[in-house]
Design a protein. Structure first.
Length: 64
């Protein structure tokens, strides 16, 4: 049991050390990345919605 506690403590100490080494993005970069992600998600959503409508119309026309 003591071994598991020591391993857990070492793990969290290592995590803390690594988090200090991380190069975090600046606010301006973070805003830019967020805008890119949101714009990409919107574009892909619209693309698939149009593709879905097109395929649905094609299948409806074939079945009728």
């Amino acid at each position: 049991m003591a071994s598991a506690i020591k391993k857990s403590a070492k793990f969290f100490k290592d995590v803390s050390t690594e988090m200090k080494r991380v190069s975090w993005p600046k606010r301006k970069e973070l805003v830019r990345y967020t805008i890119v992600v949101v714009a990409t998600v919107i574009f892909i959503s619209i693309f698939f919605a149009i593709a879905d409508l097109g395929i649905s119309a094609l299948i409806r026309s074939i079945l009728n």
